[in-house]
Design a protein around this ligand. Structure first.
Ligand code: ADP
Ligand code: TZD
Ligand code: MG
Length: 587
């Protein structure tokens, strides 16, 4: 209650400020936070209101910021994280103390893991009481908890430090390797009053938040020498390359080099997937056979089998060049023969310059081998994508969506699930950069609706969210958010009655449902209808195609419940091999 009094006071002070620069003009923590964010061009906030940040959210909206109020902090956080990926500005998620903070924390860790710039701002309880553990309302030592899950964590205790605190948070999030930052704002801070002019002076505009980091010339020369000597070179583009927004130079590098390239999931579309040099459909071959591999904004983590083992060539037969802003990424899994440390824009520009005008393409034997493999795989897949089976399988349903994305390349595709994810990634071609947003490095479920909201809000483009029924369930309540803000989002739920498949049975023979099986024939479309959006139930690829096209034409919030054959999927999609095996055989 005290908070409200102070803020009401500050509001009347605001009114007075307009009259004349009265010497007693005051401001407070609420307004300083807003002014600090706005000064740094942060005008969109994703969050959930409540004590102690309800008025902060209100004042933000009152002052013209876009405040998107979610049903759960986790979705708000995923929205903020992907907003950071799409814009290179930290996405901001604003939460209440303890439980709200914890709900937001998964997304902060996710942002850090994926190198997305994001700031989680949480209100917190009375410091003195928290530190003495005297049982305050929502008592939790949030700063200590956040520290292990993000790049940096700060707490601001005095109104005059809000400017510098926000500036530090922004710079930490976007400079070097981007990531998540936590900013702790105790309730008391928001109500703190200070002289308005001194407050204004205390604000900091971050100059050059992500300074260029030029690669060393000898590193560039080493990388080019290796590339030049390669007989079977390969370029792997990762989501760091997509983040960097130097699309023209990346395309120029690939095309000038003549080297086959492999896009990681969220780098799809950096060059159009139907580009002649794309080796996407010959992945196994190129990873195994390449002799020099240049990674651009991609890590040799589990998604690339750590750069060794069965997926790759024999030990010692392959050399790596790695372009990355983070020096410690080098040699993380295998020796990097040519580390190129710097921002991708500067590194790619230096490589292009160093290649000169007479760069020889790789041996024709290699490029034609890749093309032949690719063509054969594409030809094998094509008829399966055209099937109009009922019940639908993944190929039939995704074949329909593939055609729609080809016709509407500006649509942003959000994608999560297991089979729904793995099949969509390989089947749906992307044609423009940063149009495919998915589960990222952790393979996290629940990013769907948050990412869909942020994608629509940040870009104004239509969004198609292709969701496994399980995956959708993690953030499904946000369809209300989508309806409330009337966003051009079409959600397609691939409903196969469960996780991976709908056919699992309880091994005990008991009456409880099996662990991966959901209610059969559920109608997720009814959820959307319940909030005023459009709900459609479809059973064939033709119906699916029609419904998606209608949704994208109308721009209305739509949920299409796509009934998929419950027998079509496999356990864990393409990564079933990661499941540990019991020595006692499964029943
Ligand atoms: P993917 O999952 O697509 O393989 P990762 O998330 O594993 O991609 O890797 C992204 C890499 O890109 C990280 O190592 C990160 O440090 C790097 N990165 C991100 N932004 C930049 C940038 N602007 N310049 C250079 N490297 C970057
Ligand atoms: N929880 C979180 C946060 N992330 C996860 N990845 C999982 C649980 C485990 N998990 C997967 O890895 S995929 C998946 C879960 C629960 C759902 C797969 O079912 P789906 O897709 O319905 O979304 P398909 O098409 O039925 O395979
Ligand atoms: Mg499913």
């Amino acid at each position: 209650m005290e908070l409200w009094k102070v803020s009401a006071q500050a509001q009347s002070i605001d009114a007075k400020v307009g009259e004349a620069a009265a010497p007693q003009a005051l401001t407070d923590g609420f307004h300083l936070v807003i002014d600090a964010l706005k000064l740094n061009d942060i005008n969109t906030i994703y969050g959930v209101p409540g004590i102690p940040i309800t008025d902060l959210c209100r004042f933000m909206q009152g002052e013209g910021m876009r405040v998107l109020s979610f049903r759960h902090e986790q979705s708000a956080g995923y929205a903020a994280a992907i907003a950071g990926f799409l814009t290179q500005k930290p996405g901001v998620c604003l939460t209440v103390s303890a439980p709200g903070f914890l709900n937001g924390l998964t997304s902060l860790a996710h942002a850090t893991t994926n190198c997305y710039p994001m700031i989680l701002i949480s209100g917190s309880s009375e410091r003195e009481i928290v530190d003495l553990q005297q049982g305050d309302y929502e008592e939790l030592d949030q700063l200590a908890i956040a520290k292990t899950l993000c790049k940096a964590a700060y707490r601001v205790l005095h109104a005059q430090d809000i400017g510098i605190g926000v500036a530090r948070a922004i710079r930490a999030a976007v400079s070097g390797r981007p990531g998540g930052v936590y900013l702790d704002l105790p309730a008391k801070l928001l109500g703190q009053v200070m002289e308005a002019e001194a407050g204004r002076q205390s604000l900091v505009k971050v100059i050059d938040p992500a300074p260029r980091q030029l690669p060393a010339p000898d590193s560039v020369a080493r990388a080019l020498a290796l590339l030049k000597g390669a007989k079977r070179p390969l370029i792997i583009l990762g989501k760091g390359a997509a983040y960097a927004q130097v699309d023209g130079d990346i395309r120029a590098l690939v095309e000038k080099s003549g080297i086959p390239y492999l896009p990681m999931s969220m780098a799809k579309g950096l060059l159009p997937d139907d580009h002649p040099q794309s080796a996407g459909a010959a992945r196994s071959l190129v990873l195994k056979e390449a002799d020099v591999v240049m990674l651009v904004g991609a890590r040799l983590n589990w998604l690339l089998s750590h750069g060794k083992g069965k997926t790759w060539g024999a030990p010692g037969t392959q050399k790596f060049i790695q372009v990355d802003i983070e020096p410690r990424e080098m040699d993380s899994n295998v020796e990097i023969a040519a580390p190129l440390v710097g921002d991708i824009g500067s590194c790619v520009a230096a490589l292009l310059k160093g290649m000169g005008d007479k760069w020889a393409p790789p041996p024709a034997g290699w490029t034609s081998l890749v093309s032949e493999k690719k063509d054969a795989n594409v030809a094998k897949m094509r008829p399966r994508l055209q099937n109009n089976n009922v019940p639908m399988d993944y190929h039939g349903a995704l074949g329909a969506l593939r055609k729609i994305i080809a016709e509407r390349p500006d649509v942003i595709l959000v994608n999560e699930g297991a089979n729904t994810l793995d099949f969509a990634r390989s089947i749906i071609d992307m044609y423009k950069p940063r149009k495919r947003l998915d589960v990222g490095t952790w393979g996290i479920m629940g990013i769907g609706m948050g990412q869909a909201v942020a994608a629509a809000v940040e870009t104004g483009c239509p969004v198609l969210a292709v969701e496994g029924d399980s995956a959708f369930g993690f953030s499904g309540m946000e369809v209300e958010t989508i309806c409330r803000y009337n966003l051009p989002v079409c959600v397609v739920v691939f409903n196969n009655n469960g996780i991976y498949r709908g056919t699992d049975v309880n091994p005990s023979g008991g009456s409880d449902a099996a662990i991966t099986a959901f209610v059969k024939g559920a109608r997720y479309d009814k959820m959307m209808e319940g909030f005023g959006g459009v709900g459609v139930h479809v059973t064939s690829p033709d119906e699916l195609s029609r419904a998606v096209n209608e949704a994208l034409d109308s721009g209305r919030p739509t949920l299409i419940n796509a009934a998929i054959d419950e027998k079509a999927g496999t356990e864990s999609g393409r990564i079933g091999n990661l499941n540990p095996q019991s020595v006692v055989s499964k029943k």
